[in-house]
Design a protein around this ligand. Structure first.
Ligand code: 4AD
Ligand code: MG
Length: 483
């Protein structure tokens, strides 16, 4: 006999089920009892809203009701009736309760009170049962779905690029090694270095930092593609914006120049944010209130001027500010902030990499809207970016968001074989090993462009959460690989 003949709580709020006998299954959030009646707030994850169960101790065995403590999992059969109390239009009068899983009230870590996010991170296996994390992960799902819908509707193809690679696309040397060699006793070459010919892949391999290079190969045949997969970076930055394992969306388009790329990125970001606004109303309203409460505990000058929902609306309805790196350096250099040495890194010379404090100054203080920064110095960007005619800059773009800083990085790609190989040599990237990448420039090359959106940074922005560890189910950061 099939077990799952239940109604999801979400359906009870969207369809009138009054008078029907139904089965609900879910976890007890709270229970209030007196001699005559027990009220159980049940949540099954389908919505942020709990559903009220009314149990009459004369009809439901008292021992059973005692076990229906916070955290316990119940199966309840009953009739949907109009509710007497305020706060809900209907409720379930229980005729039968089955305890699927007890939760020892003394030991259950999630008590019906406010817990800190830091504490909840330590019990990430249970935090999905809280209002905040239920909301975050429903919104995350909606955003992932919107990503696929956006590209599918535009005729892009979803490509699955490899997770194990032999290249370091960004060239930043932050890869995690993949090996089956015995680390205590690795085979050595005569010069004492490790002999990777004896390793599983007969070469040195690592976890991918980006699907872009393989994405470019695919775009050179399929036209417009996107990837959406996990990427791995061993950068030891313990910030609220960095993960060692994060998900990236990387569209790559043949016949696109830098401006086409910017247009697509802006349209795409607005689409997915708008999708969340339209499809996650209850969760976003909850997160909006949550974020507003957080704001009150911040110093006055660090509070954001807009609430979460307001900020999301603002981003989807306003044009992003586009300017070059050179223009941005001018603004930063001449800012009072810089003159008064309020930046930790004072901006002096053209050519320096922008720190997150500079990016946030541009977005939050100067323009007060999302910014697309273009044409960075070639020295601070990856080898594959298309070289501009000035000989100094490349056709890069970074998109900067309020509260986040960089959310997207991308560029038009260098499609000219001679320029590309020259740049690779300058940057000591072995051209022989990358023969397959260079082949796309040897055979049927065309202007093309693409970008990468850090999915967790998007989820961070849309949910208004403050730490990237709270928008991925089981975060991987330096020193943390529990669960
Ligand atoms: O700017 P990045 O390094 O660009 C690339 O990887 C290109 N291959 C993308 C492309 O053109 N196809 O990374 C892209 C985005 C960043 O803007 C940021 O949002 C996110 O990925 N990101 C991280 N997110 C979380 N944790 C980290 N450690 C991240 N590093 C980058
Ligand atoms: Mg970047």
């Amino acid at each position: 006999m099939a077990f799952n003949k239940r109604v999801k709580i979400q359906e009870l709020f969207t369809q009138n089920q009054e008078g029907k006998e139904i089965v609900l299954m879910g976890w007890v959030r709270t229970k209030r009892s007196n001699k005559n009646v027990s009220f159980i707030a049940l949540n099954d994850g389908s919505t942020i809203k709990n559903y009220q169960i009314v149990a009459d101790p004369n009809k439901i065995d008292e021992e059973l009701l005692k076990k229906a403590t916070t955290g316990a999992c119940l199966k309840i059969t009953g009739t949907v009736v109009a509710s007497q109390g305020a706060g809900q239009s209907t409720e379930l009068v229980a005729s039968q309760i089955e305890v699927l899983g007890e939760a020892d009230a003394e030991k259950y870590p999630l008590q019906p009170k406010k817990h800190s996010l830091e504490f909840l991170r330590e019990i990430a296996h249970l935090r999905m049962r809280t209002n905040t994390f239920g909301a975050v992960f429903r919104v995350r799902h909606a955003l992932a779905f919107a990503v696929h819908k956006y590209f599918n509707d535009k005729g892009f193809f979803y490509i699955h690029t490899p997770i194990i690679t032999a290249s370091d696309a960004e060239g930043a040397g932050e890869t995690f090694k993949v090996t089956t060699l015995d680390l205590k006793n690795p085979p050595l070459n005569e010069d004492g270095s490790i002999n990777y010919k004896e390793d599983f892949f007969e070469r040195e391999t690592n976890l991918t930092v980006s699907g872009q290079l393989e994405g470019e190969l695919a775009a050179m045949g399929l036209g417009e593609i996107y990837t959406f997969g996990p990427t791995f970076r061993a950068e030891n930055s313990n910030t609220a914006r960095h993960l060692a394992e994060f998900w990236m969306i990387e569209p790559e388009m043949a016949f696109y120049d830098a401006e086409d790329n910017q247009n697509l990125a802006e349209d795409f970001l607005k689409y997915v944010i708008n999708y969340a606004l339209e499809n996650c109303q209850d969760d976003l309203e909850f997160l909006d209130k949550r974020a507003a409460e957080e704001e009150t505990s911040k110093k006055a000058d660090q509070r954001s001027e807009m609430g979460l929902l307001e900020r999301l609306q603002f981003v989807v309805t306003n044009e992003f500010q586009r300017l070059t790196y050179t223009e941005a350096i001018g603004i930063l250099k001449n800012s009072n902030h810089n003159k008064k040495k309020k930046f930790q890194y004072v901006v002096e010379d053209w050519g320096v990499d922008l720190q997150s404090e500079h990016e946030r100054y541009l977005v939050e203080k100067h323009f007060k809207k999302p910014v697309i920064l273009t044409d960075y110095p070639k020295e601070i960007k990856a080898f594959y970016m298309r070289q501009n005619d000035d000989g100094k800059t490349v056709a890069a773009m970074d998109i900067l968001f309020p509260g986040i800083g960089e959310i997207v990085g991308g560029s038009q790609r260098e499609e000219r074989l001679d320029k590309l190989t020259q740049r690779m040599e300058e940057m000591h990237i072995p051209t022989e090993e990358m023969w397959w990448y260079l082949d796309t420039r040897r055979f049927g090359a065309t202007p093309h462009a693409g970008f990468g959106l850090g999915f967790e940074r998007l989820v961070l922005f849309v949910t208004g959460m403050g730490n990237i560890r709270d928008v991925i189910a089981f975060p991987r950061t330096p020193g943390h690989a529990e669960f």
